[in-house]
Design a protein around this ligand. Structure first.
Ligand code: MIC
Ligand code: SF4
Length: 643
């Protein structure tokens, strides 16, 4: 067996490990962050479970840390009180970005982790199966329920050679994105093997597993080996280590070979993470801003390399350099060993250890700016400045660029990039607050501020559906299009009515008003609809606007699950050319749809009433998913089962 099969089979609750078939797995650990967490805990409360049933569940506060009004602080208070009551640990704001802290302090080889954030696969660096999902799925897992997914096929990403000076783990994943695209990993686990692997430290592996999310992969995983053992020991967690490697004769569905020695610095150009060139090919683009940090690139190792490049030099006068270390541990170590001083002296603006610029919480670039960043997504508008272009690079490339003011190959900078992994990290868990003791939990109060509004629930599926196509969209529409999340909107993650005023506005600003006026309808999209974030808001807000179904060429994994969890039909074109036969404003009908779903029919007739034709569309649902669609979502289905 390969590592993926070993962990999945040890956690299998139902199904068989046959790629494409539905399986359910037991979840050992969960994580939430604050921007998806408020909804997840409201849903958890609605399920009526007193105490979490996982080995460890933790809530991070790392996204909404810009407190420009009471909203974020109110959400923090709600999360702190609701988690404490129900047996969940709380990582306070200031402790760091969820994936970085999970890697340092919580993740364990051989375990399963489900997180309400699409970059949860970061944990795969430690040899665990770590999957991103919608908040509702995480709420179910916290309550002891299994996580259902389509069994992935396993890709062997075989690494040989060794990264050359100035070439980074980020360049490995950018190269994979260049080769495979943002759809290349759909339905797959990227499992890393080969002799090159042992040359990569855990933070470097984490950069790769983190950004595997941009391939659309279910997750990415490294084995648990000597490198893992040394990292856990240095974190004071030697007892958490177990060895876990693929069998010699392990079988994989596909193999991709990467010679680490042959890689060069890479860059993803605006506005997609797979729009990758070598830094040399991209040329000396003039740069206005450089942002270093995010869950992809903010480890101690990353920051030390940045400090080495900046030491004794000054940031280019035309560049604003922003640095956000990934965790309190990292920041604390940098402050102790003087590296922070080197950054500050070079002219860096040091930000809180949080998601910050990556999710548009501050540091929006100027009009038409070029912003070079170390995070994982450069989707249109995500930085908060629509006219800006975001370029994704490694920490080394970012630091070199900050000095010259033009996109720069870090191999040209004279600096010692040989940073050793520390024998012991400065660990201190005093910002991870344990839950209220079980015997006191009943009396613990949950504090809800006025910004926390109830979440919408779908109605049971009607016998027939009718409405018009409210918006026709292209391929690769992201959740940042569906439910944008800049600093003005993130504070409203627990306020769906307010968010609904901005749904799909980056595609068409008139959409929210038109959807409201029409009293609902359908969406039409191309391939890979809903890629990117795990945010359930990208389903909850359309639900609130009474969207009954999405007609698309294909869907991204997490978003499709979120639609079904909320009772919205994900209909796929059988023939992609049928997409061209539909236009915005066409009236469509799905006659007898309820009965068809009940009988397990996978081809649903969709009538175009405006143009007078009918096409068959694929609605490939498992029995459990059919239950959700019929009941009007997972919460309704659970309520029915408990009746
Ligand atoms: C992101 O990187 O897009 C986010 C913000 O972390 C999201 C979660 C969210 O939308 O709250 C994600 O990746 O799932
Ligand atoms: Fe936070 Fe950005 Fe990572 Fe999302 S991708 S978890 S916003 S740092």
């Amino acid at each position: 067996m390969n590592v993926t099969q070993k962990i999945l089979s040890a956690h299998l609750v139902s199904g068989e490990l046959i790629p494409g078939s539905e399986i359910a797995i037991r979840i050992d650990q969960t994580l939430t962050q604050d921007s998806t967490g408020t909804m997840a805990y409201l849903q958890f409360e609605a399920m009526g479970v007193d105490r979490v049933k996982t080995e460890k569940s933790i809530a991070y506060i790392d996204h909404n840390t810009l407190q420009t009004g009471f909203e974020n602080a109110d959400d923090h208070k709600y999360i702190a009180t609701v988690t404490g009551k129900h047996g969940i640990y709380l990582s306070k704001p200031g402790n760091g970005i969820c994936h970085q802290v999970q890697l340092e302090r919580i993740g364990k080889p051989g375990k399963t982790l489900l997180g309400s954030d699409s970059h949860t696969p970061t944990g795969g660096a430690l040899g665990m199966i770590a999957i991103g999902a919608g908040g509702l799925d995480v709420a179910v897992a916290m309550g002891g329920g299994a996580y259902y997914l389509s069994c992935p096929s396993v890709v062997n990403v075989r690494l040989t050679g060794q990264l050359q000076r100035g070439v980074a783990a980020k360049d490995v994943i950018l190269e994979l994105l260049r080769r495979l695209s943002v759809k290349g990993g759909v339905g797959k686990v990227m499992e890393y093997t080969g002799p090159g692997m042992s040359t990569l430290s855990i933070p470097e592996r984490a950069t790769i597993t983190n950004m595997g999310a941009e391939l659309g992969a279910t997750t990415s995983v490294f084995p648990s080996d000597d490198v893992t053992a040394a990292f856990l020991k240095a974190q004071g967690r030697a007892e958490d280590f177990i060895p876990l490697t693929a069998d010699e004769d392990a079988i994989y569905e596909e193999t991709v070979e990467i010679d680490l020695s042959a890689l060069v610095p890479m860059v993803a150009l605006p506005h997609m993470p797979d729009n990758v060139r070598t830094v040399e090919e991209a040329g000396q683009i003039k740069v206005d801003q450089v942002c270093i940090g995010s869950c992809t690139n903010s480890s101690y190792l990353d920051m030390m390399r940045v400090a080495a490049i900046l030491k004794g030099r000054t940031v280019h006068p035309d560049v604003s350099l922003v640095i956000a270390p990934g965790s309190r541990q990292v920041l604390s170590m940098l402050s102790k060993n003087g590296a922070l001083h080197d950054m500050i002296e070079a002219g860096a603006r040091i930000c809180e250890t949080a998601c910050g610029f990556c999710i548009g919480m501050g540091q929006s670039p100027s009009t038409n700016a070029v912003s070079v960043r170390t995070n994982n997504r450069n989707f249109f508008g995500r930085s908060g400045t629509k006219s800006a272009g975001i370029y994704l690079v490694s920490c080394e490339t970012a630091a070199a660029t900050a000095l010259t003011g033009v996109l720069t190959d870090p191999r040209t900078v004279d600096a010692n990039l040989n940073v050793a992994m520390p024998e012991s990290f400065l660990y201190n868990d005093n910002l991870i607050i344990p839950p209220v003791a079980e015997d006191k939990a009943a009396d613990a109060e949950v504090v809800r501020g006025p910004n926390i509004k109830p979440f919408p629930k779908a109605d049971a599926l009607a016998d027939s559906l009718q409405g018009s196509v409210l918006l026709k969209m292209e391929d690769n529409i992201t959740t940042d299009h569906i439910m944008p999340s800049d600093s003005s909107l993130l504070p409203f993650r627990s306020n769906i009515p307010k968010l609904s005023e901005h749904c799909l506005a980056p595609v068409d600003p008139t959409f929210p008003a038109r959807a409201k006026e029409a009293g609902g309808g359908f969406l039409l999209a191309g391939q890979n609809y809903g890629q990117g974030s795990s945010r359930e808001h990208a389903a909850l807000v359309p639900l609130y606007l009474k969207i009954r179904g999405v007609l698309a060429k294909s869907f991204a994994r997490i978003h499709r699950a979120n639609l079904i969890n909320n009772g919205i039909l994900p209909l796929e074109f059988v023939s992609e050319t049928d997409y061209d036969r539909f236009d915005q404003t066409d009236a469509i009908a799905l006659p007898g749809v309820r009965q068809l779903v009940e009988s397990g029919e996978t081809l649903i007739p969709v009538e175009n009433l405006t143009k007078g034709f009918t096409v068959l569309m694929k609605l490939d649902l498992t029995e459990r998913q059919r239950g959700m669609i019929l009941a009007g979502g997972l919460i309704n289905m659970i309520a029915q089962q408990n009746r």
